[in-house]
Each structure stands twice: as C-alpha cells, then as structure tokens.
Ligand binder design. Sequence first.
Ligand code: ATP
Ligand code: MG
Length: 319
Amino acid sequence: MIHIIAFGEMLAEFMAERIDQRLDEPGSFRGPFPSGAPVIFADQAARQGARVKYIGHLGADAFGDAIHDRLVQAGVDVGCVKRELLPTGTAFVTYASDGSRSFVFNVTASASGRLGRDSIRDDVLQGCQYLHVMGSTLNNDGAIKAVDALLSQAEAFGVKVSFDPNVRVEMLQFEPMAAALRKVFERCHVFLPSETDLEFFYPGLSLEEAIAQCLQRDQLEWVALKLGNGGCRYIDRNQSLHAKPFPVTEVDPTGAGDCFGGTFMAAIAQGFEPQRALHLANAAGALAVTRLGPMEGNSTPDQLNAFLQEDLRNDRQIA
Ligand code: ATP
Ligand code: MG
C-alpha cells in the first residue's frame, strides 16, 4: 500500500557560487542538484520509511536521469514519472547579501510543464493514505487541472490531503494560482504552513487568530507550523505543542520546509504520534539547513538519529 502520493515540478537546480552574483552576467554555478519542492518532500518522506509514489514529468536528458536516479535511490516509486522529448525543468538561483534569493525558472516550457489532467491515472489514489500538495506546483493551467483531478479522486477514495502552501509572492503573478491555493486549503486535512503562508490565507490576523480560524474548518485536523530558526509548532483541537529549534549553523535554508514536511508526513503515515512527528521534522529541518543544495541535507532515520545523539551529547538544544 502506498502511504503518500506526491506530484509536481521536477527541476535541476544551479546555485550561484558567489553571494551577490547576478543572473544577468556571467558567473559560476554549482549543479545540477535534483530539486523542486515536491521532489525534495518525496525524497525525504521515502528516506524516512514511507512508501511514496511520484507523479511528474522529466526530460529524456541527463538532468532527468539525475533526478530519476535520486528518487529511485531514496525508494520512491517512479512508475508515474514520464520522460518527455523536452528538456528537464531548471532553476538558477542566486543569493544576495541581505539573505534574499533571485531565480530564473524554466518550468512551464520544460518537461515539467507537461503536468496536466492526462498525467493523472483514474485510479492512482486508490488505496493511498495521503495526497500531498505543494502550493508551488499550482503555477500553470495544466498543474491546476491535475490538482483538480487529484482532489476529486482523493474525495472519492477517502484519501486525506496534506498541504504545504509554499506561497511565493513572485508566483502569484499567475493570477489563477491564488484561487487554486485557496481551493486546496479548503480541502486539506493536514496543513503545513509557514508564518508567511498564514498571512496569505488570513491577511491582517495575528498568528494565533489565524490558527484559530484554520481549526474552524471541519475538515482540517492538524496544523504543523514552520518557524524557520524559531523551530516549529503543532496544533490540533486538543493540544498545542512547540518544538524549540536545534541550534545549527545555517549554510543553505533552501528546502528545509519541504524536508520538514516529508519527515512529518512520513512519521504520521507510519502511525507515530504528532509529538514524535514534530520532533523528528524539527530535527530534519535543522539538519537540512547545514548542507548546501536543495535536498543534499535530506536524511535517513540513521542519519537523523546520529544528529539527535550528537545534539544530546552536546546538550545543545535551546532550553
Ligand atoms: P522553504 O519553503 O524555503 O523550504 P519554509 O518556510 O517552508 O521554508 P522553514 O521554516 O524555513 O520552512 O524550515 C522548516 C523547519 O526546519 C523549521 O520549522 C525548523 O523546524 C527547521 N529549521 C529551519 N531553519 C532552521 C534553523 N536555522 N535552525 C534550526 N532549525 C531550522
Ligand atoms: Mg515552504
């Protein structure tokens, strides 16, 4: 039985080597790194022991091979990953000294842009536990049609929906995206926002007010809130937990949220209590930011245990 279905953009990422390097003049980049928010999530969930199936599109090129092989190595079922006669999607990213990032994406015109209604087999969700949706995926019409088909199927087969909104203001220039994000939010059972995501859904409300509003929705059962270097929280109708951050040296924050989500959902799907799931996800997110590359800091249970042991030895967790 498949625990989790993930789907969406599959990208080769290239990272500028120098801070404040520009994207409109020559410079050195490191890559290709396998990337795309749902790919990072799926890789981590599988590494953490969940049975994960991926739906997406790769080019029949070397970048596609790299991403395909990486998912296979993690144990992800790639039976629904199609190879296309188009280049694999790419992302070029540069970091500024103020901590901001700039991107050049090629998603819609790449193999990744082939995601659409036809990507979704009619029974693909049958017998699955969770459908995981990444908000960043909903940035073109085909992807929105695919998510519509998956949400209908989830309802028909009684599959629960987990949702990481991953709202990127630049992406909202594609106008249908905002409505698509709200639609998934209305249907989700497990919600994995950051503070910025909550502001998108509940502008003008405080964090606590926004969380209270979330839990007004009948369907929504669990909220796992990502707080960056502030750790994370878990809230349901009976309890509210705060996990303090593990003190680490942040090398590259990219992908921490996706790694957090993959860990949390893998733990939940395998029957762990939310408190344990939150602890593991908090640790996996912290470990992720210590490595350069979008998913180079993803971890197996052994690697996560080693990190937790080290933390205990150093008595490092902030009290
Ligand atoms: P993104 O979408 O860019 O991946 P996000 O906003 O979804 O990011 P973050 O809050 O940045 O996700 O990271 C997820 C979790 O990882 C945090 O809630 C925390 O548990 C852990 N984490 C992230 N950054 C740090 C850090 N600097 N120190 C300790 N833990 C961190
Ligand atoms: Mg995120």
